[in-house]
Design a protein around this ligand. Structure first.
Ligand SMILES: [Zn+2]
Length: 441
């Protein structure tokens, strides 16, 4: 189904926040651009003008209606750099750590996606759930079944969301009905990549689940797929859990590290996204810096599974910064809301001796995520020419938030209250390419 028509011109008024700079390398308050009473003019799905309401109004044709969000914050839509749509039904599964959790809960759930009707139903619920949380772009794992990818991209195309997704590659150490072979995985991925990569706003990611479930041959063929097209993405998991790291060491004894398994197959490169990366060392971080690959920090998941603490400030060390985005990692994560991810990211940072400033936090969830994905020329900030993917944040969505907002004395403090207390109720509306796709009831 083609994407619905976009109104030619749209005007949104409210408090606008976006970024001039990276708040991890400069004073966070100076990195933030804030219009107390701002106006956005959107034409053909892109930001045409952004500035104060008083100055920008003159660019608006006289009869254009302005949608006013008086007490809300207009932000770029959130970017989720690591999430599994098929795991939505098994969110909040009790009691296990990573490897047992996969066996007991994840694999049986993913088996159901051989049914295209089931895949369509969950894809629809998942994308609606993302938009309800203000997330407009995500890097999404499907299952081993090509029909799971077809279902996801079809629904995303209908909504016109900018999404990255791919078929999971898994040719060993998984139940028989969830295994492909190296050659079948290659052929099916190539067919999906040819059909979907660059079609409208959809983009393909070659998706080996993680090193233990792919043979060396499958990883090599994943590298061969990527070598065909520099613009294709790669997503996988890296060093999430200590038992997993030990398993990878025993499966690939010749490799220096877990990351080196992927590097050897040609998977560590720009537009590669490694989920978690908790148990990595300095040479690994240097490799990530040099290669332009990204790490996805998934705090709700890491706390839920007891995997460990991602060292965000080490990864972002300005002497060799690594690209880092924020991931919800459903179903090990506990919420699709990036506000909830920021809440837990703040606590993980506290636990590792660092203070995550609210401006840094919102940068991670928007501009930083876009930069991690090499999409910062299209999304993640609000500026003329950027694609108009936006979320409207309501800092007074609940009685408690309304009370807390009374004592907010700065935009930073307001953002902090949003990230600590907010969730899907805080999203007043979500816009995708200049079209409203979610409005809170
Ligand atoms: Zn994951």
């Amino acid at each position: 189904m083609p994407a619905p028509p976009t109104p030619d011109i749209l005007a949104l008024r409210g408090r606008v926040v976006t970024f001039r700079d990276n708040p991890f390398t400069t004073d966070p308050v100076a990195a933030l651009h804030h219009e107390e009473d701002g106006l956005l003019i959107i034409r053909d799905g892109r930001i045409a003008q952004m500035g104060t309401y008083a100055d920008t109004l003159r660019h608006l044709p006289a009869d254009t209606q302005v949608t006013h969000y008086p007490d809300c914050v207009i932000s770029a839509g959130f970017v989720d750099t690591h999430v599994h749509y098929p795991q939505l039904p098994m969110i909040a599964a009790y009691g296990e750590q990573l490897l047992e959790w996969l066996e007991r809960y994840t694999f049986p759930t993913e088996s159901r996606f051989r049914d295209p009707a089931y895949a369509r139903d969950i894809a629809r619920r998942f994308l609606a759930g993302l938009l309800r949380c203000g997330t407009t772009t995500a890097a999404v794992f499907c299952t081993v079944h090509p029909q799971s990818v077809e279902a996801f991209f079809s629904e995303s195309e209908r909504l016109n969301t900018l999404m990255i997704a791919g078929k999971v590659l898994m040719d060993r150490n998984a139940p028989p009905d969830l295994r492909d072979t190296a050659q079948r995985g290659y052929d099916e991925s190539l067919a999906l990549m040819t059909r979907w990569h660059g079609r409208g706003r959809q983009m393909y990611a070659v998706t080996p689940r993680f090193a233990p479930t792919s043979s060396e041959e499958q990883l090599e063929l994943a590298g061969a797929l990527l070598a065909r097209d520099q613009t294709v993405f790669m997503q996988t998991h890296l060093a999430e859990n200590l038992d997993e790291v030990a398993w990878v060491r025993s499966l690939f004894p010749a490799r220096r590290s877990y990351l080196d398994v992927y590097a050897h197959a040609g998977l560590v490169r720009p537009r590669a996204i490694m989920g978690h990366a908790i148990h990595v060392d300095e040479p690994d971080l240097m490799t990530c810096h040099d290669s332009g690959c990204a790490l996805a920090h998934c705090p709700t998941s890491n706390l839920f599974l007891g995997s460990g603490s991602f060292r965000l400030f080490d990864a972002l060390d300005p002497r060799r910064p690594v690209r880092v985005g924020l991931g919800t990692d459903i179903g090990a994560g506990t919420s699709l809301s990036q506000l909830q991810s920021l809440n837990e990211a703040y606590k993980v940072a506290q636990g590792t001796g660092h203070r995550l400033h609210p401006v840094q936090a919102f940068w991670l969830a928007t501009a930083g995520g876009a930069q991690a994905l090499h999409l910062d020329h299209r999304i993640g900030t609000i500026a003329p020419g950027m694609e108009a993917d936006l979320c409207i944040l309501d800092p007074e969505a609940t009685p408690l938030q309304a009370l807390r907002a009374q004592s907010c004395d700065s935009i930073s403090d307001l953002l902090f209250s949003l990230m600590m207390l907010g969730d899907d109720r805080s999203i007043r509306a979500t816009y995708v390419a200049g079209r409203r796709v979610h409005e809170r009831a």
